[in-house]
Design a protein around this ligand. Structure first.
Ligand code: FAD
Length: 444
């Protein structure tokens, strides 16, 4: 064997919040010493985990009406881990500014939404004991601009809590890496290093990058939408494709004190438009995200156009699936209007109608399209069922795992790392130990 080729027990590909959460978990809570991480850009968290590319929200499932109670239960368990990590990090270093805390609520407008929220409350308040059902007066005290100019005859109701977390997930990546290195300074990180090709050998993978070759017994792919492209190159996930749903945002000067979500149309899998204070500036309110399909794996990066089609796959099957998915009337009109939101002049005039459901008197001149802001969510299309699969997808192969992470992938990053760590120990024939008691004590 060539001695100059780095050889690891575990190599992580991708330095977003998912890859770095795993890097941290392996370093802090296992006795695996030989761990590498490669990231194609010059820093961690520059793609979907960048604070300007996502909604900066730690999703628990309490105010996200597109989550069922079961989904909320599972997301909450994982979001709690991130919340504990953030609170511990704050105690250790108050200047870190990984997150800000704001109030949050989901607002029902009109009789049928009010009824829906009332129906939701009993089960969700058991899971989230701090969630309160509040009426017009209290809504107005927390968020005056939600009431200003609203028809006094309009029925409104909200589920609210004080525990809204806005997170800078890019800074969280850095915190994970710093804490991993603190525990084990010998860990190997290669920035500006892009995986070009991966192949399986008898007892290891060979990872060819633009900076040379790496070998590893186990490989963990945390490369967002690119994870599926890499999986397909090894013969996994052949029946899957990606619908890349870009999300844009509009900003306004502070009109909300906290996060205000709206009720999602039941058939739509994405979070409805919400208003959130920026993680590092309460003086800016951000509205969005929108959702429109693009043919790129990374937003604002045209070089990922051919990579998108490589991931999508040639042939009729993915095209049939896509046509079947978007032929749904509700989804089609939703996607169509979302396309218009990105257009100059008309986009803002259409989008403000959604925003005024939250802030009725918002002026057109207060709203600005946030240029260059917003990433893209790699939603999985299943070519067997011809359905859109929601949430994260994990493909597990021979000593390799591929994580494909649409929203709320940042909120579930530590839960994902926890699950993957068990698999890694198994892949390494139980030669190493996962101190899960310590993980659970610190984070669960
Ligand atoms: C508009 C929008 C709003 C969202 N809002 C929220 C939210 O409020 N809360 C939430 O929890 N989630 C949200 N999400 C989802 C969240 O941003 C993602 O789930 C999360 O950032 C995924 O992290 P990741 O590490 O898997 O991916 P990324 O952060 O995209 O990281 C993947 C990394 O892999 C690297 N990479 C790719 N290919 C290669 C290669 N060949 N070689 C080496 N490196 C490679 C990339 O450079 C990148 O750094 C949102 C997403 C969008 C688009």
């Amino acid at each position: 064997m060539n001695e100059t080729i780095p050889r690891y027990d575990v190599l992580i590909v991708g330095g977003g919040v998912v890859g770095t959460a795993l890097f941290y978990t392996l370093s802090k809570y296992t006795d695996i010493k030989s761990i590498g991480l490669i990231e194609k850009y010059s820093d961690f968290g520059l793609v979907n985990s960048a604070s300007y590319n996502n909604s900066q929200t730690l999703h628990f499932g309490d105010i996200e009406t597109n989550y069922s109670i079961d989904k909320a239960r599972s997301v909450k368990q994982m979001a709690d881990m991130v919340m504990r990590y953030l609170e511990n990090a704050k105690q250790a270093d108050n200047d870190l500014k990984l997150f800000s805390k704001y109030s949050k609520m989901v607002l029902a407008v009109g009789a049928s939404q009010v009824q829906e929220l009332e129906k939701r409350y009993p089960a969700f308040s058991k899971l989230f004991p701090k969630l309160r059902m509040i009426g017009r007066d209290e809504i107005g005290k927390i968020e005056p601009r939600v009431l200003e100019g609203r028809d006094p005859g309009q029925e409104i109701l909200a589920l609210a809590t004080e525990d809204g977390y806005s997170v800078d997930f890019k800074r969280l990546c850095h915190s994970f890496v710093e804490n991993a290195l603190r525990k084990n300074p010998a860990l190997d990180i290669h920035l500006d290093t892009k995986l070009i090709k991966i192949s399986k050998n008898e007892d290891h993978y060979t990872v060819l990058t633009d900076k040379g070759e790496f070998r590893s017994s186990v490989v963990m792919i945390a490369a967002g939408g690119h994870s599926l492209m890499i999986a397909k190159s090894l013969g996994y996930g052949k029946n899957l494709a990606i619908l890349s749903m870009a999300g844009s945002f509009y900003t306004a000067p502070k009109v909300l004190n906290g996060k205000v979500y709206t009720i999602q149309v039941p058939k739509l899998p994405f979070a409805a438009i919400h208003g959130d204070p920026e993680v590092h500036s309460a003086q800016i309110t951000r509205f969005g995200p929108t959702a429109k399909p693009i043919f790129q794996l990374e937003r604002h990066n045209m070089s990922t156009f051919p990579e998108y089609w490589k991931t999508f796959g040639l042939g009729f099957s993915p095209i049939f699936s896509l046509l079947k998915i978007i032929s749904d009337k509700v989804l089609f009109s939703y996607i169509f209007i979302n396309f218009l939101y990105d257009l100059p002049i008309i986009g803002k005039r259409l989008f403000i109608r959604e925003v005024r459901k939250i802030v009725p008197l918002l002026k057109l001149k207060e709203l600005q399209y946030a240029k260059g802001i917003g990433g893209t969510r790699p939603q999985i299309v299943n070519n067997t069922t011809r359905k859109l699969e929601m949430g994260e997808a994990k493909l597990s192969g021979e000593k390799i795992i591929f994580n494909i992470t649409p929203s709320p992938g940042a909120s579930t990053c530590l839960g994902n790392a926890y699950a993957d760590t068990f698999k890694i120990i198994e892949f390494l024939d139980n030669k190493y130990k996962f101190n899960k008691e310590a993980f659970e004590k610190d984070l669960m």
